[in-house]
Write a new protein. Structure first.
Length: 148
């Protein structure tokens, strides 16, 4: 399994992973959500990583330049906001999600997210993310990577 920065040729693979996740979870993404993801993938302020098995995209991670913290206020320079982490159902429990998160953290250590999926949040906590509320509780709405 390798992790790499996505190219324009990976767009369909990323969308296929998102659809496959929707079929597996019963939360099929709406056409508007797919269009929003497609637009995000094409945005210059976005980093998209994919995990592939040499032939097929099996996972995707999308992080965007943070425009402002969840609580409002001014944006922090150099902070990425993790907006999507998705692994194809047939590739789960094989390290693709962890590899994607580590690929992101190899490039940037200042990352926030408000993703709500329990499995994703558990993985992020294992990889050094903490809640932004008092005491750094993992059940906070916002998680931030705490390097070191």
């Amino acid at each position: 399994m390798r992790v790499r920065v996505a190219t324009q040729l990976d767009e369909q693979g990323v969308l296929d992973v998102l659809r496959g996740d929707g079929e597996a979870t019963g939360r099929q993404p709406a056409k508007a959500r797919l269009a929003a993801v497609r637009a995000t993938l094409r945005s210059p302020g976005t980093l998209t990583l994919v995990a592939d098995d040499e032939a097929t995209v099996v996972g995707a991670l999308v992080a965007e330049l943070a425009t402002r913290p969840a609580g409002g206020g001014a944006a922090e320079a150099g902070v990425l906001r993790l907006t999507l982490l998705c692994v194809a159902p047939g590739a789960r429990r094989r390290g693709a999600g962890r590899a994607l998160v580590r690929g992101l953290l190899d490039r940037f250590d200042r990352v926030t997210t408000s993703l709500s999926d329990e499995g994703v949040r558990a993985l992020l906590v294992q990889e050094g993310f903490v809640g932004t509320g008092p005491g750094g509780a993992a059940d906070a709405d916002e998680l931030r990577h705490a390097p070191g």
